[in-house]
Write a new protein. Structure first.
Length: 456
């Protein structure tokens, strides 16, 4: 019994390691216990086939591989202690220990008839073929062994004297071999994914008539011997917690409808795409207010209370005096203004000079060229210096025209610095700021380019 339990444990470890095939778990194992009835050339009454000692217990088990939810293959192994008494013509006790192993085809009748049922009760069956090994032990009713030379008078054969023991090659037989054909039916309750309890009835026919081991019973009665048995069993289904086991699923779960499976996959994809779209929409909704705020900041349109060219939404100095040069945020810039009573520039400061233009022109006169020369010298003296050239127009004309004209003036100055003086192109930024609203003057102070230096 201990060896049998150890064998079951080793088999369960191996099968648990190799129990998944094509995404399903298929292997299961049973441990069984019960009693047997010896149907042979001897009458066995109820007292004889209910086990009264541990050695009289019928036990065994099966290893099954499920091919589908309905069909499977199994290998079984059982120990059958055959115990009986005979009173005539010789009083004796029959003690045969039979070990049998069979290869079986199994069927789940419940799943076969009702392929989509969710019931936990299964009716199973099996049929197979195998081999049996059995040993003889014939004793007197008091338990003492019957000698190998013991004989009896066979009244059926004209009073012939015959040996009680079966003989082979001149020696009493100690064991025998026979082909077995088992048929079983069982009722099983699957109380959890891994485990099931059940009861099984066996009918096992053998191709020999000598399971008793006694000559007088070898030809008496039926032609071949059989064993009937009833066992209780516990089934364990490997890896059924993590994978679908074929003993737990319906036929549609095993072979789903292809169209239905495709529709389920598409539904899943649609749900995934919908979730992604919803996520993107949420992100866009959170970004849109920020984009609108940024557009307002970058735009030059909108109310401008102090008329400095910077809309109020961006203006950080809302009370700038008229005609004050300001930065992007509307903050005043300190710019030195030369004496413009004549066309000559008097005491032009070296830090932030300016270039002036004639009406509706972008041409550079001699004064402008001198100023640009000073700008170029300043930038060549410091290679880390950057300059922003801001162009302006006077108040005459419409805004679109003046915006374009102011940009052309700043681009013209930039081109002079790059082409004539070799100042790096990426060290110069040209911006057209349009017309200066206040004071409303059409003279040169409003038609100019200012320079703003800095370092990155």
């Amino acid at each position: 019994m201990k060896r049998f339990l150890l064998l079951l444990f080793l088999i369960s470890v191996i099968l648990n390691t190799f129990s998944e095939t094509n995404g399903f778990s298929r292997w299961s194992i049973t441990a069984e216990y019960g009693y047997n009835y010896f149907g042979a050339d001897i009458n066995q009454n109820i007292i004889n086939y209910i086990p009264t000692t541990f050695t009289d217990i019928t036990y065994g088990g099966t290893i099954e591989y499920a091919l589908t939810p309905v069909w499977g293959l199994a290998l079984d192994g059982y120990y059958f202690p055959l115990r009986a008494k005979n009173n005539s013509p010789t009083a004796m006790k029959i003690n045969t220990d039979l070990i049998t192993s069979d290869f079986n085809a199994t069927i789940n009748f419940t799943r076969w008839i009702f392929p989509q049922t969710k019931t936990k009760f299964y009716v199973n069956g099996s049929i197979g073929i195998g081999y049996a090994y059995y040993t003889f032990d014939i004793r007197n009713l008091d338990g003492t062994p019957i000698p190998g030379t013991a004989t009896y008078i066979d009244s059926k054969y004209n009073g012939m004297t015959r040996s009680i023991h079966l003989y082979e090659n001149g020696q009493p037989m100690k064991y025998g071999l026979a082909v077995s054909i088992p048929v079983t039916f069982s009722l099983e309750y699957n109380f959890s994914k891994p485990f099931a309890l059940g009861a099984k009835v066996h009918y096992r026919a053998y191709t020999k008539d000598n399971l008793e081991g006694a000559t007088e019973l070898n030809t008496d009665g039926i032609s071949n011997d059989y064993v009937a048995a009833g066992t209780l069993f516990l089934r364990y289904k490997f890896n059924s917690k993590n994978k679908l086991h074929l003993r737990n699923i319906t036929w549609d779960e095993f072979e789903p409808d292809e169209a239905l499976l495709l529709a389920q996959k598409l539904d899943k994809k649609v749900d995934e795409l919908k979730n992604r779209v919803d996520t993107l929409n949420n992100k866009v909704d959170s970004i849109l207010p920020r984009i609108a705020k940024l557009e307002n900041i970058l735009s030059n349109d909108g109310p401008d209370e102090d008329a400095d060219g910077v809309p109020d939404v961006r203006d950080k100095s809302a009370d700038t005096p008229p005609n004050t040069a300001v930065d992007f945020w509307g903050k005043p810039l300190m710019i030195a203004t030369p004496n413009l009573s004549s066309k000559s520039i008097v005491n032009l400061p070296d830090d932030i000079p300016a270039v002036y233009f004639d009406f509706d022109q972008i041409d550079l006169d001699n004064d402008a060229l001198i100023t640009i020369q000073k700008i170029a010298a300043k930038m060549k003296a410091d290679s880390t210096l950057y300059v922003e050239v801001r162009g302006y127009c006077d108040y005459l004309g419409n805004n679109p025209y003046n915006n374009l004209l102011s940009q052309r003036r700043s681009d013209r100055v930039k081109a002079e610095l790059v082409k004539i003086w070799g100042i790096p192109f990426d060290h110069i930024i040209s911006n057209g700021k349009g017309k200066i609203i206040e004071p409303q003057s059409k003279y040169r102070p409003n038609r100019r380019c200012d320079f703003f230096f800095g370092r990155l």
